[in-house]
Design a protein around this ligand. Sequence first.
Ligand code: ANZ
Ligand code: ZN
Length: 834
Amino acid sequence: MIKRALKPLTMTTPTPMNGPKKSYPFDAIEQKWQANWKKTGLFHADLENAQKKYYCLVMFPYPSAALHVGHGRNYILGDAVARYQVMRGLNVFSPIGFDAFGLPAENAAIKNGIHPKVSTFKNIEQMRKQLNSWGVGYDWEREAISCTEEYYKWTQWLFIQFYNKGLAYRKKANVNWCPSCQTVLANEQVVNGKCERCDSGVDERDLEQWFFKITEYADRLLQDIDKLEHWPERVKTMQKNWIGKSEGVEIDFEIVDDKTPLRCYTTRCDTLFGSTFMVMAPEHPRVAELIASSSEKSKVNAFLTKVKKQTRFDRLSEAVEKEGVFTGRYVMNPMTGKQIPLWIANYVLMDYGTGAVMCVPAHDQRDFEFAKKYQLPIQLVIDSPQKSLNNTELEAAYTEAGTMVNSGDFNGLSNQQAMEKIGAYLESKKIGKITSHFRLKDWLISRQRYWGAPIPMIYCDACGIVPVPEKDLPVKLPEDVQFKPTGVSPLAEHASFKKVDCPKCQKPGRREIDTMDTFVDSSWYYLRYLSSKDATRAFDSKVVNQWLPVDQYIGGVEHAILHLLYSRFFTKVLFDLKLIQFEEPFKRLFTQGMIVKDGAKMSKSKGNVVSPDELIAQYGADTVRLYTLFIGPPEKDAEWNDKGVEGAYRFLGRLWRFIEGIDAWKAEGQVTAKDIDRKRHETIHKVTTDMEQGFRFNTAISRCMELLNEIYLFSVKTEEEKKLLKDVAQDLVRLLAPFVPHLAEELWQKLGQKDSVFQSGWPIYDPKKCQQDEVEIAVQILGKVRSRITVPVGCEESALKEVVLADHKIQPLVAGKKIRKFIVVPGKLVNIVV
Ligand code: ANZ
Ligand code: ZN
C-alpha cells in the first residue's frame, strides 16, 4: 500500500469556543483539520508515480454566484470517493478548476460595467472558500482556469492542430442566432426552438462560421459507446440518440426531360412501389434549374419566399402546417415506371439525407396528410396481417409490418424481407446505394462575443486563411474594451486587435474577431490538470497516458450529451494525432441527481436556495456533508429537509460523546463482546460493498449508525472488552472518515493515534467473525412448519436429527410413524417426510 509522504502533525486539540451549547466543538475542529490537510499536503498527488493511480474528477464549475447545497452534492460525493480511495492506499489525483469563460460574465459586464475578468476572479475566490469550508480536498496546486492566458494559449494551439488536420473549417451556413445573447448557437444549444441560456426564440441567419468536423467521428463515437461499461445506460442512450444513426438507401429517380436524376434518401425502400410523389427541400440547389421553364415558376417562387420566413424549428414542429407547391415537373418511380409529380414542401430540410424524399402516403403519416391535402394518389403496398386494407378506405397511414402487395415480384414477402431484397436489387441495377446518415451535425464553435478564447486565425487577401504561428500564441484577449449593448463583440471595435501582418507574406492582414464556444475549453481540461503549470505544451503525453482514462468522473446529467460527446471527440482526435494513447477519456461516469427544495430546482428567482454558509456556521461542515450523503440514493433527485440536517447533527454528537467517554464506558445492555465484534465485521463488510458497488453512501452511513446503536448497548467489564471497544471505535471512525473527515481525524487522535486517519488504511473485514454461533432452524413436517429450534452453526446432520426428533413439539407428531426422508437446508430448515 502506498503511504503518502505527509509531514508530521504538530497541531494540538482545540478548545471549544464560547457561544450556544453545541453537541461538539465542530468549528474549532474543522478549522484545525482544514489547515492541517493543507499543511501536510493530503491531496497533493504524486504524478510521477502512477502506480495504483486513481484519477477522481468532478465536472469543473462555472464561476457564477455563490454555490448552494445542491451544487455541494457533486463536490461532496467526489470528495467521499477520493478519500475512500486514499484510505484504500491508492495514489489519488483529485483536481479542481474553473470553466471561466462564457456569456453570463459578459452580459453582466454590459449591464453593470464590471469587467468579466474582475467578476470572474471574484467569484472564483468565493467558490474556493466555499469548497474549502465544506472540507472538500483538492490538489489546488494543479488548479486550471480556462480564461487565463496560460490555459487558452493551449486551447488555441489545439484549434490549430484541428485546423491542420482538416477538422476545423469555415463555411457560410444557415445558423441559429439568438437575438438576445447576440450570438450564434450550436444546434445543441437550441432547445425546443429556444436559446438554452436565455430562453428567447432563436432566429436563423446565413453567416460565415467556424466548425469542427465532429461528423467525421460519428461512427466511432457511436460504436465506442458500447465499450463504456461503467456509464449509466440512460446517458449512453442519450448519446446514441443524439448521434442518431439511420440506415437506409439512396435512390436515384429519373426526372422527365432531364438528364441528371434526383437522389432521395429513404429508410423504407420496401415501400418504393407505393411512392406516388416526390418532395424536395425549398433550399435544394436544383430548384431554380428545375422550375426555370416551368409553368408553375411564379407560384413556386411565392412559396419559397413564404418558407424563408419560417425557422427550422417551425418547419419541423407538429403545430406548423405542412405545406407544399407543385414544381410542374415529374420524376419516374424506378419500380413502377410511372411518372409521379415533383413537389417542394416546407417539412423537407436540406441538411438531412439528400434533401429530397420519395413520398409514400399509404405508409408514412406525414406523407398521408400531405397527399390528402393536395389530392395526390395513395397506393398501398403493405397489407396488414390482421385485416386486409384498401387504398380508398385508409384513414391514416399504415405504419406497421405486413405482407407486400402491389409490388411486382416482391408480392407475398414480408416487408422486412422486401426491404433487403429491394435494397439489393437497386444496388445491382445501380439506381440505389445502401448507406447511412447521422443526425449529428458538425459542431459550430465560433461565437461573436468577447469573453472567450480568440480563434487564432488571420485573414490575408493574398494567402487566404493563415493560422497564427505557434510562437505567437496566445492571441491575447485585450482587456481595454468597451461593453456596449449593441450586439457587436467589443473585439470588432477594438482599435488595434484586428490589425496584424500575415505570417506568410508579411503584408497587412486582419485577425479573426470571433471567440470559441466555451465547450471547446471544457473538452480538454482533464488533460491540462496534469500539467497545469507547464508553459511549453498543452499537456505531457507521458503523464497523461499513465493517468488517463479518468477512473471516476462525477457530474450532472445535464452534461450527458454535449460536454461528454465533445470530450470524447477531442480524445479521439488527439489519439489520431498520436498525442495520447487512449480513445475514451472517462472510464466510469456517475451522474448525480438534483437536490430540490419545495419540489423545485433551487434558483434565486424562486427564492428556494439553501446556502451552505449558515448551515455550516450552525452545525458544521461534517453535518452538512453527512446529511447530503444520507439524503437518498445519490443518482436520484432528493428534497432538502432542514430536520434531516438536525438528525445528522445529533448522530455526530452521539458519536462524539461515545468517544469522549470511552475510557469510562459503562452501558447497560444485552450486547456481548461477541455480538459487538460480529456487528463490527458485518458493518465493515457492508460499508465496503456499498462503496465498491458504487456510491451507496446513504446505506453505508445508516449501517454505521446501527453499529453505534449497538455500541450504546455494549456493557464493558473486563480489560479485554475495553480493548475490543477501542478497536470497534477505531473501525467506526475509519468507516465514517470519507463522509465526515474533520470529526474522524479528531476522534482518531482522541483514540490515541498520531497519523492522519486517511493514512490508516481501510478497515479489513474478517469473514469468520461475521458468522453467528447459533442459528434458528424451522422444522417442517410434510412442508408445514411445526416447530423452530436453535442449534449450533455447522451442526452435523446426525446431531441435528437427534435434536429435531427429541423436540417436544415434533416428537408426538412423528411418534410411531416411519420417517421416509429427512431433508436439510443448512442453516435454514429441516423437512421431514413421514
Ligand atoms: C420513404 C418512406 C416511407 C419513409 C415510409 C419513411 C416511412 P430517419 O429515420 O430519421 O433517418 N426523409 C429523408 N430525408 C428527409 C429530409 N431531408 N427531410 C425530411 N424528411 C426526410 O428518417 C428517414 C426518413 O425520413 C426517410 O424515409 C424519408 O422518408 C424521410 F413509409 O422515405 B422515408
Ligand atoms: Zn499573406
